[in-house]
Write a protein that binds this ligand. Structure first.
Ligand code: UD1
Ligand code: UDP
Length: 357
């Protein structure tokens, strides 16, 4: 089967890595298309290099911009490519503007769409990701769900046909790359960190970066913690912190660094005492490694991690954040395996082989 895959943002490169391998092994022809939504070396190329992701067949070089403009440029360029290539199927990942543009372009040309990470919901319509995932699910005919919760969410919206429980491709990636990361990464030495003596933090959601009080509140919590905090800073957050005069903390305990590579991140996550994040991917990775997580959002899509006691929703409230870090009694047994068995990519490739085309 000839498949056009759309990726564009950091977590999509990570999700695509195991799937591209499995598609090739199953004999599918994949044209991997990069929209150019993320473009800095540390947000894009480093993942292709470290994770052996095939060089994109084409980079649409859309870059940054307001949502409507960015999505429209992608839509136009993806449509042109689909008209030329006439694939049997479109494959999209997650919930970014690249996801929606890929799905819309294919939908208008009646090319069947497979959505990896279908069925995720925050039920918060303020989030751009929630619009993207709902719209993408509703125009997809193969909905690859990572968890039973995702299947149940789709059922509530009347979607049952083409819904497949496949597991989580980020779990596949963690299983494939953790040993390599532990052998090769020098992140702990480079950042002068002692295992289990530091907190790892990331922040990039619009809710936290574009609302100055929320960003100030998070930074104030990090300072008040009084622990060593390693904070790889997303370029969006860097720009907002620079604008928040005086709120990028000047303290030796907070190590603000550039975005780190995937292999370095796997090592930083495993060795962290705790992870503070608004990232969807990092909430899951904390869970895979059995590292406690405090989520800097009012809700999460990954409710299993909260139900199992490994994730606490603290929003941006310093009191809640500090209480969760200092006082919470974390589980003493390993997190239940609710994200599959590491064969999500294989399952996806197999379902695509069975699908009519
Ligand atoms: C996007 C996704 C979000 C995902 C995140 C993963 C949407 C609506 N949001 O958010 O769901 O969790 O990616 O990281 O699709 N920038 C750079 N260099 C880059 C990329 C971005 O400097 O390589 C800066 C630009 O100023 C840009 C800003 O970051 O305007 C935001 O980038 P954008 O891709 O629009 O959204 P993200 O916040 O990265
Ligand atoms: N990640 C990384 N380096 C960083 C920050 C994140 O490699 O500096 C990885 C992280 O391990 C996870 C993914 O990027 O696999 C999460 O992406 P992000 O937080 O940008 O987006 P989200 O998951 O929230 O959509």
């Amino acid at each position: 089967m000839k498949i056009v895959t759309i990726v564009g943002a950091r977590p999509q490169f990570i999700k695509a890595s195991p799937v591209s391998k499995a598609l090739a092994q199953a004999g599918h022809q994949e044209l991997l298309v990069h929209t150019g939504q993320h473009y800095d070396h540390k947000m894009s190329q480093v993942f292709f290099d470290q994770m052996s992701i095939p060089k994109p067949y084409k980079n649409l070089e859309v870059g940054s911009g307001p949502h409507g403009q960015q999505t429209a440029l992608m839509l136009e360029r993806i449509e042109q490519l689909l008209l030329q290539e006439k694939p049997d199927r479109m494959l999209v990942y997650g919930d970014t503007n690249s996801t929606l543009a890929g799905a819309l372009a294919a939908c208008k040309l009646q090319i069947p769409i497979a959505h990896v990470e279908a069925g995720l919901r925050s039920y918060n319509r303020q989030m751009p990701e929630e619009h993207n995932r709902v719209l993408t699910d509703h125009c997809s005919d193969l909905l690859f769900c990572p968890t039973q919760t995702a299947i149940d969410n789709l059922a509530k919206e009347g979607m049952q046909n083409g819904v497949k429980l496949v597991g989580d491709t980020m779990y596949d990636a963690v299983l494939q790359f953790t040993e390599i990361a532990n052998q090769h990464s020098t992140a702990l030495r480079d950042l002068d960190l002692t295992p289990k003596q530091y907190v790892l933090a990331t922040v990039h959601r619009a809710y936290n970066t574009d609302v100055p009080e929320n960003l100030r509140s998070i930074m104030s919590a990090l300072v008040q913690l009084g622990l060593t905090v390693v904070f790889p800073v997303h370029p969006r957050t860097r720009a907002r912190l620079d604008a928040l005069d005086g709120h990028a903390p000047d303290t030796p305990t907070i190590k603000m660094v550039e975005p780190v590579s995937y292999l370095d991140m796997l090592v930083l996550e495993q060795n962290a005492k705790l992870i503070l994040t608004d990232s969807g991917g990092m909430q899951k990775e904390a869970y895979f490694f059995g590292v406690p997580c405090v989520t800097l959002r009012p809700e999460t899509e990954w409710v299993e991690t909260v139900d199992a006691g490994w994730n606490v929703i603290a929003d941006t409230d310093p009191e809640k954040i500090i209480a969760a870090v200092r006082d919470k009694a974390w589980p003493t047994t390993a997190p239940p395996p609710v994200f599959g068995t590491g064969d999500a990519a294989h399952n996806i490739a197999a379902h695509l082989s069975e699908a009519p085309h």
